[in-house]
Design a protein around this ligand. Sequence first.
Ligand SMILES: *[C@@H]1O[C@H](CO)[C@@H](O)[C@H](O)[C@H]1NC(C)=O
Ligand SMILES: *[C@@H]1O[C@H](CO)[C@@H](O)[C@H](O)[C@H]1NC(C)=O
Ligand SMILES: *[C@@H]1O[C@H](CO)[C@@H](O)[C@H](O)[C@H]1NC(C)=O
Length: 369
Amino acid sequence: MKIVFFLVLSFSITVLCSPLPKYDSIFSFGDSLADTGNFLLSGALKFPVIGQLPYGQTFFRHATGRCSDGRLIVDFIAEAYGLPYLPPYLSHDKSEKFSHGVNFAVAGATALDSKFFYDRNIGQFLWTNDSLAVQLGWFNNLKSSLCSHKQDCEKYFKRSLFLVGEIGGNDYNYPFFVGGNITQLKAMVVPLVVGAISSATSMLIEEGAVELIVPGNLPIGCNAVYLTLFGTSNVRAYDKNGCLKAYNAFSKYHNSQLKIALDKLRQKYPHAKISYADYYGAAKRFFHAPKHYGFTETLMSCCGGGGPYNFNNSARCGHVGSTVCSDSKGYANWDGVHLTEAAYRSIALGLLNGSFTTPRPTFSPIYAF
Ligand SMILES: *[C@@H]1O[C@H](CO)[C@@H](O)[C@H](O)[C@H]1NC(C)=O
Ligand SMILES: *[C@@H]1O[C@H](CO)[C@@H](O)[C@H](O)[C@H]1NC(C)=O
Ligand SMILES: *[C@@H]1O[C@H](CO)[C@@H](O)[C@H](O)[C@H]1NC(C)=O
């Protein structure tokens, strides 16, 4: 009896004291959905208001360079794994500060190199030239300061989570906003974008990444800027949630092609865990049933200068003539283009606590947020 009790006690002590297995670091690549400050640190010439309130007003209480009123999906993922918010790579801190990971994402970044857009005479619209390949170059430069020899790196990267995106949304935004059509983009741009995301994922695996999450695109047909620019009196163009069907179908097309590419990578690298993160599905939930997810308004942007979706290109969020809603927690759209912290939190919950990451990452989140 005594012995059994002792065994039970020592077992529970061991269980309680052994640290929960979790990631030690996170490396993030992408665009404004994930940028925690790189674009602002690089000068933010094409979007200077990112350096001022109301950006950051809800959580950080000052502008951090995040394209939202507060935390992004990557911030909630870091919190869930008990890790610090990822410092932006361009803060050029020493490797100690990067030991729990670093964020290479840059607002406005594209999966394709900027040359692709310059060659098609739309380069002048790019916010940044820091494409996915540029961000991978930064990772390679940094790598030698994170771990020194092969075994050391293998061990370190086995306990690192790599977020490859979201990236690719801007490769479509730039051409759509200057009149590109869906048929053309599906045929000519989607295969290249998916190829770029797939080769970045491959390269990271070759460099030692084992745990990777590759997100798809959001339902852009529910986004205030798309709804404003491509609004039509044809009611049949809208789904029952008020979103533009054709643009949502385009996002789904990109996502289905990406999933096919990821399946191929899984066959090529069976030792790697490549998860697809369904941002579309996780976001579509709150467009479909706003109240259930805590939202009062999902299509109008919280911060903007008027118009049916409160998006006005000549009075965008942060500029003269724009106003901020009083309850950003009830809104999904922040500034017409980007989402609110509340929306990013809802998506992150769907990824970490729901079924929108397939397969599930190896380690479970340790904190709720
Ligand atoms: C991107 O590169 C081009 C030259 O290739 C340059 O003219 C442009 O200013 C750069 N854009 C930004 C935002 O740095
Ligand atoms: C899209 O562009 C293609 C080629 O330029 C053209 O043939 C087609 O009619 C356009 N489609 C729409 C819906 O505008
Ligand atoms: C996550 O899911 C679990 C069970 O499915 C639930 O108990 C928990 O409250 C959820 N956490 C959050 C933050 O929603």
